[in-house]
Design a binder for this molecule. Sequence first.
Ligand SMILES: CC(=O)[C@@H](O)[C@H](O)COP(=O)(O)O
Ligand SMILES: NCC(=O)COP(=O)(O)O
Length: 254
Amino acid sequence: MSKAPPLRLGVNIDHIATLRNARGGRHPDPLRAAFAAIEAGADGITAHLREDRRHIRDADMQRLKAEISKPLNFEMAATDDMVRIALGVKPHAVCLVPERREELTTEGGLDVVGQHNALAPVIARFTDAGIRTSLFIAADPAQIEMAARLKSPAIEIHTGAWCDAVNDGDMAKADAEWQRVVAGAALARSAGLEVHAGHGLDYATAETIAALPEIVELNIGFYMIGEALFVGLGETIRTMRAAMERGRARAVAA
Ligand SMILES: CC(=O)[C@@H](O)[C@H](O)COP(=O)(O)O
Ligand SMILES: NCC(=O)COP(=O)(O)O
Protein backbone atom coordinates (compact mmCIF):
# COMPACT_ATOMS: atom_id res chain seq x y z
CA MET A 1 0.00 0.00 0.00
CA SER A 2 1.23 3.51 -0.79
CA LYS A 3 0.04 7.07 -0.76
CA ALA A 4 -2.49 8.08 -3.44
CA PRO A 5 -1.14 10.60 -6.00
CA PRO A 6 -2.18 14.26 -5.63
CA LEU A 7 -5.60 15.23 -6.94
CA ARG A 8 -5.78 18.32 -9.17
CA LEU A 9 -8.74 20.70 -9.34
CA GLY A 10 -9.54 22.16 -12.76
CA VAL A 11 -12.03 25.01 -12.42
CA ASN A 12 -14.47 25.30 -15.33
CA ILE A 13 -15.37 28.96 -15.96
CA ASP A 14 -17.91 28.46 -18.79
CA HIS A 15 -20.82 29.81 -16.82
CA ILE A 16 -19.10 33.08 -15.98
CA ALA A 17 -19.31 33.58 -19.75
CA THR A 18 -22.98 32.51 -19.74
CA LEU A 19 -23.68 35.41 -17.38
CA ARG A 20 -21.53 37.85 -19.34
CA ASN A 21 -23.29 36.95 -22.58
CA ALA A 22 -26.72 37.58 -21.04
CA ARG A 23 -26.12 41.33 -21.45
CA GLY A 24 -23.77 41.18 -24.41
CA GLY A 25 -20.99 43.14 -22.69
CA ARG A 26 -17.65 42.31 -21.06
CA HIS A 27 -18.75 41.82 -17.46
CA PRO A 28 -18.28 39.42 -15.68
CA ASP A 29 -15.00 38.57 -17.39
CA PRO A 30 -14.07 34.84 -17.52
CA LEU A 31 -10.38 35.80 -17.46
CA ARG A 32 -10.85 37.64 -14.16
CA ALA A 33 -12.62 34.53 -12.82
CA ALA A 34 -9.65 32.41 -13.97
CA PHE A 35 -7.22 34.68 -12.12
CA ALA A 36 -9.37 34.52 -8.96
CA ALA A 37 -9.67 30.72 -9.24
CA ILE A 38 -5.90 30.31 -9.56
CA GLU A 39 -5.32 32.69 -6.66
CA ALA A 40 -7.67 30.55 -4.55
CA GLY A 41 -5.91 27.29 -5.40
CA ALA A 42 -7.13 25.97 -8.77
CA ASP A 43 -4.55 23.74 -10.45
CA GLY A 44 -5.86 24.56 -13.90
CA ILE A 45 -8.63 26.27 -15.83
CA THR A 46 -11.13 24.42 -18.01
CA ALA A 47 -13.28 26.06 -20.67
CA HIS A 48 -15.56 24.57 -23.32
CA LEU A 49 -15.66 26.34 -26.69
CA ARG A 50 -19.00 25.11 -27.99
CA GLU A 51 -19.86 25.15 -31.67
CA ASP A 52 -22.76 27.53 -30.90
CA ARG A 53 -20.50 29.80 -28.72
CA ARG A 54 -23.24 29.93 -26.10
CA HIS A 55 -20.76 30.77 -23.34
CA ILE A 56 -16.99 30.75 -23.96
CA ARG A 57 -15.89 32.45 -27.19
CA ASP A 58 -12.77 32.19 -29.34
CA ALA A 59 -11.27 35.39 -27.90
CA ASP A 60 -11.73 34.02 -24.35
CA MET A 61 -9.60 31.01 -25.24
CA GLN A 62 -6.88 33.22 -26.72
CA ARG A 63 -6.83 35.47 -23.65
CA LEU A 64 -6.83 32.54 -21.23
CA LYS A 65 -3.90 30.90 -23.01
CA ALA A 66 -1.95 34.16 -23.15
CA GLU A 67 -2.57 35.27 -19.56
CA ILE A 68 -3.06 32.47 -17.05
CA SER A 69 -0.19 30.92 -15.15
CA LYS A 70 -1.73 27.42 -14.85
CA PRO A 71 -2.61 24.79 -17.47
CA LEU A 72 -5.56 25.46 -19.79
CA ASN A 73 -7.84 22.51 -20.56
CA PHE A 74 -9.72 23.24 -23.83
CA GLU A 75 -12.98 21.27 -24.06
CA MET A 76 -14.25 20.83 -27.61
CA ALA A 77 -16.05 18.68 -30.14
CA ALA A 78 -13.69 16.81 -32.47
CA THR A 79 -14.70 18.78 -35.58
CA ASP A 80 -12.21 20.01 -38.22
CA ASP A 81 -12.97 23.61 -37.37
CA MET A 82 -12.48 23.14 -33.64
CA VAL A 83 -9.27 21.13 -34.11
CA ARG A 84 -7.88 24.00 -36.20
CA ILE A 85 -8.80 26.54 -33.52
CA ALA A 86 -7.33 24.44 -30.69
CA LEU A 87 -4.08 23.89 -32.57
CA GLY A 88 -3.88 27.67 -32.95
CA VAL A 89 -4.50 28.32 -29.25
CA LYS A 90 -2.04 25.58 -28.17
CA PRO A 91 -3.55 24.81 -24.75
CA HIS A 92 -1.87 22.45 -22.31
CA ALA A 93 -4.65 19.91 -22.92
CA VAL A 94 -7.79 19.26 -24.93
CA CYS A 95 -10.78 17.26 -23.78
CA LEU A 96 -12.85 15.87 -26.66
CA VAL A 97 -16.55 15.90 -25.80
CA PRO A 98 -19.77 15.04 -27.64
CA GLU A 99 -21.92 18.00 -28.57
CA ARG A 100 -25.49 18.51 -29.65
CA ARG A 101 -26.81 22.02 -30.31
CA GLU A 102 -30.16 21.30 -28.64
CA GLU A 103 -28.71 19.95 -25.38
CA LEU A 104 -28.77 22.00 -22.18
CA THR A 105 -25.40 20.60 -21.17
CA THR A 106 -23.07 17.76 -22.17
CA GLU A 107 -25.50 14.90 -21.74
CA GLY A 108 -23.44 11.78 -22.31
CA GLY A 109 -19.98 10.52 -23.04
CA LEU A 110 -18.20 10.54 -26.37
CA ASP A 111 -18.81 7.40 -28.44
CA VAL A 112 -15.17 6.45 -28.84
CA VAL A 113 -16.07 2.95 -30.05
CA GLY A 114 -18.31 4.24 -32.85
CA GLN A 115 -15.99 7.09 -33.85
CA HIS A 116 -12.55 5.50 -33.44
CA ASN A 117 -11.58 6.00 -37.09
CA ALA A 118 -12.31 9.71 -36.90
CA LEU A 119 -10.75 10.20 -33.46
CA ALA A 120 -7.42 8.43 -34.07
CA PRO A 121 -5.95 11.15 -36.36
CA VAL A 122 -7.26 13.93 -34.11
CA ILE A 123 -5.53 12.46 -31.04
CA ALA A 124 -2.35 11.94 -33.09
CA ARG A 125 -2.37 15.57 -34.29
CA PHE A 126 -2.69 16.89 -30.76
CA THR A 127 0.01 14.52 -29.50
CA ASP A 128 2.35 15.68 -32.29
CA ALA A 129 1.62 19.29 -31.27
CA GLY A 130 2.52 18.53 -27.64
CA ILE A 131 -1.09 18.86 -26.46
CA ARG A 132 -2.44 16.17 -24.11
CA THR A 133 -5.77 14.70 -25.19
CA SER A 134 -8.42 13.48 -22.81
CA LEU A 135 -11.61 11.74 -23.98
CA PHE A 136 -14.80 12.60 -22.07
CA ILE A 137 -16.52 9.21 -21.81
CA ALA A 138 -18.99 7.24 -19.73
CA ALA A 139 -17.46 4.68 -17.36
CA ASP A 140 -18.18 1.96 -19.90
CA PRO A 141 -15.56 -0.82 -20.29
CA ALA A 142 -15.79 -0.88 -24.10
CA GLN A 143 -15.29 2.89 -24.33
CA ILE A 144 -12.38 2.81 -21.89
CA GLU A 145 -10.66 -0.05 -23.72
CA MET A 146 -11.02 1.79 -27.03
CA ALA A 147 -9.61 4.99 -25.48
CA ALA A 148 -6.53 3.01 -24.47
CA ARG A 149 -6.24 1.40 -27.93
CA LEU A 150 -6.38 4.88 -29.49
CA LYS A 151 -3.43 5.87 -27.28
CA SER A 152 -5.28 8.75 -25.73
CA PRO A 153 -3.09 9.81 -22.79
CA ALA A 154 -6.13 10.45 -20.58
CA ILE A 155 -9.86 10.03 -20.17
CA GLU A 156 -12.36 12.04 -18.18
CA ILE A 157 -15.16 9.95 -16.72
CA HIS A 158 -18.55 11.66 -17.14
CA THR A 159 -19.97 11.77 -13.62
CA GLY A 160 -23.27 13.41 -14.61
CA ALA A 161 -25.49 10.31 -14.34
CA TRP A 162 -24.15 9.52 -10.86
CA CYS A 163 -24.50 13.13 -9.64
CA ASP A 164 -28.02 13.46 -11.08
CA ALA A 165 -29.12 10.25 -9.32
CA VAL A 166 -27.64 11.49 -6.01
CA ASN A 167 -29.42 14.84 -6.39
CA ASP A 168 -32.71 13.11 -7.29
CA GLY A 169 -32.44 10.96 -4.15
CA ASP A 170 -32.61 7.79 -6.29
CA MET A 171 -30.10 5.88 -4.18
CA ALA A 172 -30.43 2.57 -6.06
CA LYS A 173 -29.52 4.31 -9.31
CA ALA A 174 -26.85 6.39 -7.59
CA ASP A 175 -25.23 3.27 -6.17
CA ALA A 176 -25.28 1.50 -9.56
CA GLU A 177 -23.75 4.55 -11.28
CA TRP A 178 -21.15 4.87 -8.52
CA GLN A 179 -20.11 1.24 -8.96
CA ARG A 180 -19.63 1.92 -12.68
CA VAL A 181 -17.41 4.91 -11.87
CA VAL A 182 -15.33 2.88 -9.39
CA ALA A 183 -14.86 -0.04 -11.81
CA GLY A 184 -14.23 2.30 -14.75
CA ALA A 185 -11.53 4.25 -12.91
CA ALA A 186 -9.74 1.01 -11.97
CA LEU A 187 -9.98 -0.41 -15.51
CA ALA A 188 -8.75 2.81 -17.10
CA ARG A 189 -5.78 3.08 -14.77
CA SER A 190 -4.83 -0.55 -15.36
CA ALA A 191 -5.01 0.12 -19.12
CA GLY A 192 -2.41 2.87 -18.67
CA LEU A 193 -4.73 5.86 -18.99
CA GLU A 194 -4.51 8.96 -16.82
CA VAL A 195 -7.94 9.20 -15.20
CA HIS A 196 -9.91 12.41 -14.69
CA ALA A 197 -13.57 12.90 -13.76
CA GLY A 198 -16.14 15.63 -13.96
CA HIS A 199 -19.63 16.92 -14.63
CA GLY A 200 -22.22 17.86 -12.05
CA LEU A 201 -19.90 17.45 -9.08
CA ASP A 202 -20.64 19.36 -5.86
CA TYR A 203 -18.88 19.41 -2.49
CA ALA A 204 -20.30 16.04 -1.38
CA THR A 205 -19.81 14.11 -4.61
CA ALA A 206 -16.32 15.60 -5.05
CA GLU A 207 -15.40 14.42 -1.56
CA THR A 208 -16.69 10.92 -2.35
CA ILE A 209 -14.91 10.58 -5.69
CA ALA A 210 -11.67 12.02 -4.31
CA ALA A 211 -11.27 8.75 -2.41
CA LEU A 212 -10.61 6.88 -5.69
CA PRO A 213 -6.81 6.79 -5.94
CA GLU A 214 -6.83 6.20 -9.72
CA ILE A 215 -8.34 9.64 -10.34
CA VAL A 216 -5.81 12.48 -10.53
CA GLU A 217 -7.94 15.39 -11.78
CA LEU A 218 -11.47 16.68 -11.21
CA ASN A 219 -12.98 19.33 -13.49
CA ILE A 220 -15.76 21.23 -11.77
CA GLY A 221 -17.68 24.30 -12.84
CA PHE A 222 -21.42 24.81 -12.68
CA TYR A 223 -21.94 24.07 -8.98
CA MET A 224 -19.02 26.22 -7.90
CA ILE A 225 -20.03 29.19 -10.05
CA GLY A 226 -23.50 28.97 -8.48
CA GLU A 227 -22.06 28.80 -4.95
CA ALA A 228 -19.76 31.71 -5.72
CA LEU A 229 -22.82 33.97 -6.05
CA PHE A 230 -23.39 33.51 -2.33
CA VAL A 231 -19.93 33.19 -0.79
CA GLY A 232 -17.51 34.33 -3.50
CA LEU A 233 -15.36 32.32 -5.88
CA GLY A 234 -12.30 32.18 -3.62
CA GLU A 235 -14.25 30.83 -0.66
CA THR A 236 -16.03 28.29 -2.90
CA ILE A 237 -12.75 26.98 -4.30
CA ARG A 238 -11.18 26.72 -0.85
CA THR A 239 -14.23 24.79 0.41
CA MET A 240 -14.08 22.48 -2.63
CA ARG A 241 -10.37 21.84 -2.11
CA ALA A 242 -11.00 21.01 1.55
CA ALA A 243 -13.73 18.53 0.52
CA MET A 244 -11.37 16.93 -2.01
CA GLU A 245 -8.61 16.68 0.60
CA ARG A 246 -10.96 15.00 3.10
CA GLY A 247 -11.91 12.46 0.43
CA ARG A 248 -8.31 11.98 -0.69
CA ALA A 249 -7.25 11.25 2.87
CA ARG A 250 -9.40 8.09 2.63
CA ALA A 251 -7.73 6.93 -0.61
CA VAL A 252 -5.11 4.25 -0.52
CA ALA A 253 -3.19 3.41 -3.70
CA ALA A 254 -2.46 -0.22 -4.46
C1 LIG B 1 -17.96 18.80 -21.11
C2 LIG B 1 -18.43 19.30 -19.82
O1 LIG B 1 -18.84 18.54 -19.00
C3 LIG B 1 -18.36 20.76 -19.52
O2 LIG B 1 -18.07 21.49 -20.61
C4 LIG B 1 -19.52 21.32 -18.85
O3 LIG B 1 -20.58 20.58 -19.21
C5 LIG B 1 -19.79 22.77 -19.06
O4 LIG B 1 -20.28 23.08 -20.33
P1 LIG B 1 -21.82 22.89 -20.71
O5 LIG B 1 -22.63 23.20 -19.48
O6 LIG B 1 -22.05 23.84 -21.82
O7 LIG B 1 -21.96 21.46 -21.13
N1 LIG C 1 -15.82 18.30 -17.87
C1 LIG C 1 -16.60 18.67 -16.76
C2 LIG C 1 -16.45 20.10 -16.48
O1 LIG C 1 -15.58 20.75 -17.00
C3 LIG C 1 -17.33 20.77 -15.50
O2 LIG C 1 -18.63 20.27 -15.49
P1 LIG C 1 -19.71 21.00 -14.54
O3 LIG C 1 -19.14 20.99 -13.13
O4 LIG C 1 -19.84 22.41 -15.04
O5 LIG C 1 -20.93 20.18 -14.66
